[in-house]
Design a protein around this ligand. Structure first.
Ligand SMILES: [Zn+2]
Length: 154
C-alpha cells in the first residue's frame, strides 16, 4: 500500500475531533453497509484496509470485526481480529481507557499518520499527553517505521 493510496483512503474517512469515536467511511459501501475501496482492480473492505495501515498485517483468512457494531466505521481502535462474540461495549471502553495517558500502538500510528494534519498541540490535547511526547512519537515513527505492529511499547 503506497503513500498515494493511503492519502486517497484517508480522504474518504470522516475522522471526528475525538479520535476515540467512530470514523465514518464516506466512500462507497456494500449492500451490507461495509465501506469498500478499490485498489489495482480489486475491491477491498475499508475497515480491513484501515486495520492493515494502522495496526498491522491480517493473517490469511483473518476476520476483522467491529467492536462498535458500526459497519461503516474504520476506526482501528474499534476493529479487532477474530472473536465475533466478545462483549462489544466492554472492549470499546477498555480501548478508551488505555488511550488516556498511556498510548496504544494504534494511537501512536494515528499520531504518525495524522491524516487530518492536526497540530501536535491538538494531538497532545486529544490524547491527554504532553506535546513533547507527541513530537517524540512522530520522530520515532520516522526511524522505526518498519517495527510497527510487532507489539513493542516504549
Ligand atoms: Zn466505531
Amino acid at each position: 500500500m503506497n503513500r498515494k493510496f493511503k492519502n486517497n483512503f484517508w480522504k474518504k474517512v470522516k475522522i471526528p475531533k475525538d479520535p476515540n469515536a467512530c470514523w465514518e467511511w464516506k466512500g462507497a459501501k456494500t449492500s451490507r453497509g461495509y465501506g469498500k475501496v478499490f485498489n489495482k482492480g480489486k475491491t477491498l473492505s475499508a475497515h480491513r484496509v484501515s486495520y492493515r495501515i494502522m495496526v498491522g498485517r491480517i493473517p490469511k483468512g483473518g476476520y476483522i470485526c467491529h467492536k462498535c457494531d458500526n459497519r461503516g466505521c474504520v476506526n482501528p481502535e474499534h476493529l479487532e481480529l477474530g472473536d465475533r462474540n466478545k462483549n462489544v461495549k466492554d472492549a470499546v471502553e477498555r480501548g478508551l481507557m488505555k488511550s488516556k495517558g498511556r498510548l496504544t500502538e494504534t494511537a501512536r500510528n494515528y499520531i504518525r499518520e495524522n491524516p487530518y494534519g492536526l497540530s501536535q498541540r491538538k494531538l497532545a490535547e486529544v490524547y491527554g499527553v504532553s506535546q513533547a511526547k507527541i513530537s517524540k512519537i512522530v520522530r520515532e515513527g520516522e526511524t522505526n517505521d518498519n517495527r510497527r505492529g510487532n507489539g513493542q511499547h516504549g
